[in-house]
Design a protein around this ligand. Structure first.
Ligand SMILES: CCCCCCCC/C=C\CCCCCCCC(=O)N[C@@H](COP(=O)(O)O)[C@H](O)/C=C/CCCCCCCCCCCCC
Length: 211
């Protein structure tokens, strides 16, 4: 398991991603994902195909931030405005802008819903609950509808290799079970807020189905 991983770190980075006026700083949003990916890497090579895709998407966003138009990629709101005003988003099929920031962040945004559903299941789970079941139920309610059959199959296999509930509670590094449950509640409120702000922004701009 990743030694330095803690749920508090994830909570802190997502907290930093929200500005006073509820804009989302891409740098911290990405940092939250990096924490999660480092945890996933510690679970074994069966998860490599998932973490490679997440890392690839994080890298695309980091490249945009480091590029000559980087100042427009400060927040999700400024990115959406800039890319739409400058016609930098493929809206109906992938063509001239296959790796726009809007499209790339949408994939992570959908995965954030999976995370929210999974953590909520963990929070309310009992000793008998199976992480593989919680994880695949959350996946089926969120990301699965956006994935091809082959990805759904591979993902199902990977879920079977997940460690048990006790290991998850330990790796969160948040103390006793009651403390973990309390911290999960706090993290969930924040993740849900970040998700909802992005969902509303993308919905208002018809960006929720970007190819
Ligand atoms: C104590 C905390 C517990 C929670 C720890 C969670 C750690 C999760 C870390 C990272 C999650 C990975 C995020 C994956 C992003 C996937 C984006 C995506 O949907 N990509 C697909 C579409 O992209 P395009 O082809 O349109 O560019 C792509 O096809 C996907 C390929 C790989 C499979 C993605 C499966 C995602 C499953 C998410 C569950 C992860 C389970 C990890 C369990 C710890």
């Amino acid at each position: 398991m990743a030694e330095s991983f803690s749920l508090q770190n994830v909570l802190d980075t997502f907290k930093s991603s929200l500005s006073e006026n509820k804009e989302i700083y891409i740098q911290y949003y990405i940092a939250g994902w990096k924490e999660l990916v480092s945890f996933m890497n510690s679970l074994g090579t069966v998860f490599s195909f998932i973490s490679k895709d997440a890392v690839n998407k994080i890298q695309i966003l980091e490249n945009l931030q480091a590029g000559e138009s980087g100042s427009h990629y400060l927040t999700v709101q400024s990115m959406v405005k800039y890319e739409l005003e400058n016609e930098l988003v493929d809206l109906t099929k992938r063509s001239s802008h296959p790796e726009s920031g809007c499209r790339t962040l949408l994939r992570l945004h959908r995965a954030l819903l999976w995370l929210e559903l999974f953590l909520e299941r963990l929070r309310t789970s009992t000793e008998e609950s199976k992480t593989s079941v919680m994880c695949s139920d959350a996946y089926n309610e969120s990301l699965a509808q956006h994935h091809a059959w082959i990805i759904r199959k591979a993902t199902g296999v990977a879920f079977c290799a997940l460690p048990g509930r006790d290991s998850f509670f330990q790796v969160m590094n948040a103390g006793s079970e009651q403390e973990v449950v309390a911290l999960l509640g706090e993290a969930l409120a924040l993740i849900s807020e970040v998700h909802q702000i992005t969902e509303d922004l993308y919905g208002q701009n018809n960006l929720l189905e970007l190819p």
